[in-house]
Design a protein around this ligand. Sequence first.
Ligand code: FAD
Length: 325
Amino acid sequence: MILGLIEHDRGTLNPQSLEMLTLARELAAAGDGPLHVLLVGGEAEGLAADLAPYGPAVVHLARHEALVDYAPAAWAQALVDLIAAEKPAAVLAPGSDRGSEVMAHAAARLNLPMAANCTAVTPGEAYRLTRVRWGGSLLEEAWLRGDPKLLTVAPFVLPDDPAPEPGAAVVRPFTPALSEADLLVRVVDRVQPAGDKVSLTEAKVVVSGGRGVGSAEGFDVLGELADLLGGAVGGSRVATNFGWCTHANQIGQTGTRIAPDLYIACGISGAIQHWVGCKGAKQILAVNTDPEAPMVTRATYAVIGDLHEILPALIAEIRRVRPGG
Ligand code: FAD
């Protein structure tokens, strides 16, 4: 049996779980099936039916009165309990912050190796893996042994398509054996960051600025454009270091990785550490004075010129063509 850990936040599915299921289905079809998934917390129960098109035969539901919100060690204990009961050949999780965190806890509790950020697996007694290293600038071939084999799936690499045949998705609730220590780290409160109307990871459009923006005030126009497009504002590490935007806005290897429909990179050179954070975007528009900048040469579209002239002109044009703009 192949087991996939589904990441959700109070019953809202993390889409990277569906990418993970693409690889999990491949492994199940290659002989280690059937495919089962784990949902932790009663709030996730409603997701079971949503997951059926992605092929699971069984949806295990870890219910416990203490599982009211995310708690990494408690999620890991639920996973460890299920592994002991069901003895899967492999366990997969999305390579998101939470997926990686839970799998690391589970691997430590099981004293097993865990391979992070996999993009392809050739099954066998040992799995031959391809995995992303160094923020996406290197692909590594590796072997993974273990019973079960524990791995996370690199975000934004695999498709999130449904299965050719839906799964029965039979729900099997169980109660994990949690201790107080499993709940020492848990979500107790949520604070919406001031000013951000759309979260960076969920925004369909991200307007991002780098050194070329020149100042914190220079980001106002990026915010205006993002608002007009219903998007969010991002920044390069240089912009973050200067305090023009917060670290929560930083895109890249040491920031957030995003995959919006449109990424508008303003005054950003496109250094590899930045590129790995935005390369998942479907379309990239670079605004830069340098026609040779890596962001420009890799972008879908580029406007060569001073962003301080181009962005206000772009905003004015959007307002002009929009009804009621
Ligand atoms: P620059 O590279 O200085 O580029 C500025 C660009 O603006 C240039 O292309 C220039 O032509 C253009 N420009 C200037 N003026 C204008 C104007 N008026 N109009 C239009 N264009 C203009 N960086 C990240 O972004 N995210 C990360 O997560 C990250 N992690 C890192 C991790 C490590 C371990 C290391 C070593 C570095 C990391 N970096 C990261 C830094 C990265 O290497 C680059 O230094 C950084 O991305 C450059 O930021 P920038 O593009 O804003 O600045």
